[in-house]
Design a protein around this ligand. Sequence first.
Ligand code: MN
Length: 395
Amino acid sequence: MKLKNIDILSERIKEAVLNNEQIILFGDSDMDGVSATVVAKEAISNFAFLSKKELKISAYFPDRKNEGYGLNDVVSAYIIEKYPQGGLLITLDCGITNFTQIKRVRAAGFYVMVLDHHQPVKEGLPEADIIVDPKQEDDDYPFKDFSNAGLSFKLAEELLQEKISPLFKENLLELVALATIADMMPERDENIDYIYQGLKNIENSQRPILKAFFTIYNPNEFNSKRDLVHRINSCFNFGAMDDNHVCLLYHILSETDFELAKEEAKELIEENQRRVLEINVLTDEIKLLIETKLGNSIIFEGSPNWGIEYLGAIASRLSVYYDKPVFIYQKYDDFSRGTVRLPKKYDAVKAMESCSNLLITFGGHPPAAGFTVANNNLERFRLALISYFNKENGK
Ligand SMILES: [Mn+2]
């Protein structure tokens, strides 16, 4: 049993490598998206190496802070301009809802393949050439809840078959394990196996940046290896970009020099300490603000001063603390961009689908999602959510 279309995705990539076509990876810029991109890139590189072929491959990511999630208008225009000849574009950890942009890049001569683990929306699927998404309706693969890095690993196995060496496999699975944990995917079925295999020997990782973290951190200061892994993930959760639409995290996970990796790990640890402080301050500020509104069925707040990059972590905390759906957003001039976390019994995607006419974009997973909304629809959005959750609560 295979994921639907994973074999034709792999065949098309092989063909591209053998014909020396330009391959462009487009990943989301969080830990899962970047790991998915690194795993795919290393698997394709390994296939090219074994086939004695030169590889033309590059990777890009959205600047979530300034452009929004996924294959947005800014990056798709950038890619079209940079590759007038077209090429093979693979979206990872995004794409399944990028209808207009996929249409546009295909019209510009790109062959577009989507490798995404997000839930397709009820409007259907984008007009891509090949779509791999375990959550598409007619995919019969029994397990659905892979991280996107897990999907890239499936691609690696398909590309390399028996040529995938045990060491290389373990190296990829370390990233898959971190990404599965970072993306909060359920620890069931194949995810259990990926996490077990990926963490088994991660302290001796062949990947310089991972080895560096395990050299700098003293494992005795953590309750468990899992706690240390959470800390490393939080250090990776910084979202910065270079000037060419590439995530710094992509460079860091691909770093081959151990001494440089050690310097980078030290900087990431310092940066993480700063971020934790900022998150604590903002969380307290938001708690104070909602003290008077605790009768409401949801938490719905925003401010121009709340950096979107902190809101995921804050929303997670608030949702656990108050046991309520949390919608918090950064307000820009005309629109607001926000993040959603909710207790297990609810579904963020369904909640927003129920009022999708009010939103510019939305997407994500049942427990964690995001949205963009025009400011003149904020109040209508809030009221629609309240009525949706009142209904869910049987009121
Ligand atoms: Mn993901």
